[in-house]
Write a protein that binds this ligand. Structure first.
Ligand code: ADP
Ligand code: ADP
Length: 228
């Protein structure tokens, strides 16, 4: 579904963030990217939606070079949940979700149903939460709205860069469970970044262990535990 072939990234200042990466993300899998700060996780994610260009090598999605895609088409096909919660503070939850262009094609009463459906999918209560502003929600609830925004465009791929990092342990555990259920329900391909090994092992279908710009291990949690 997503492939990296011999991908190297050297930033203009000479920092080599990725060294000859080869990676194949399978359709419908939840892949956890893990490794210490600075190992190249964010660079990898940003390359998938062409926020960063590789210095060398090739990236494909559905067997097509991402350079050949229309950039808007590519970005709408990829939902990106950022580490920083990026909601519009003056807008309600409903309004924050409605800004996604894909939502504009829904008729008013259908849109309302769609928003309900999306909210329930990530464990928000439409009755209670749809009229609230971000400041009236907990960090975890805000993250869920971020996840909904990524889902709203109905992308094939969802990228999540430490979506749980700002959360307290209880919200974190709950949101992890919800993401897991969600992925099984909607069968999207999800790549997420974490630096918590327990989280990677609990959530990932496969775990990709990175270090200093290289992939040092890529395997199922079971095999990683058996053959560390
Ligand atoms: P992370 O939380 O993934 O470790 P960083 O804090 O490393 O993220 O990076 C945050 C942002 O700063 C990213 O957009 C990254 O591209 C940029 N960045 C990181 N390191 C540098 C650097 N040495 N020079 C310029 N920009 C950088
Ligand atoms: P991670 O997400 O694993 O923390 P990053 O992909 O953010 O790692 O960064 C990988 C390496 O590239 C780090 O050494 C970081 O400082 C560097 N880096 C990231 N963004 C930039 C940038 N825009 N310019 C220069 N160096 C960068």
């Amino acid at each position: 579904m997503i492939t990296f072939t011999d991908v190297t990234k050297t930033y203009p200042d000479g920092t080599t963030a990725l060294k000859n990466i080869n990676l194949e993300v399978q359709e419908g899998e939840l892949l956890a990217l893990i490794g210490p700060s600075g190992c190249g996780k964010t660079t990898t994610m940003k390359m998938i939606n062409r926020l960063i260009q590789p210095t060398e090598g090739k990236i494909t999605i559905h067997n097509q070079d991402i350079e050949e895609y229309n950039i808007h088409e590519l970005r709408w096909n990829i939902g990106y949940v950022l580490q920083e919660i990026a909601l519009f503070p003056h807008m309600t939850v409903e309004e924050n979700i409605s800004v996604v262009p894909e939502m504009k094609k829904w008729k008013k009463n259908e849109l309302s149903k769609r928003i309900d459906e999306l909210m329930k999918m990530v464990g928000l209560d439409p009755k209670k939460h749809r009229e609230r502003k971000p400041s009236e929600l907990s960090g975890g609830q805000q993250q869920r709205v971020g996840v909904i925004r990524a889902l709203a465009a109905d992308p094939d791929i969802i990228l999540m860069d430490e979506p749980f990092s700002a959360l307290d342990p209880i919200s974190r555990e709950q949101l992890q469970k919800d993401i897991r259920n969600l992925q099984q329900e909607i069968k999207k391909t999800i790549v997420f970044v974490t630096h918590d090994m327990d989280e990677a092992l609990a959530l990932g279908d496969r775990v990709c262990l990175m270090k200093a710009g290289e992939i040092i291990q890529l395997d199922s949690p079971q095999n990683l535990i058996l053959h560390p």
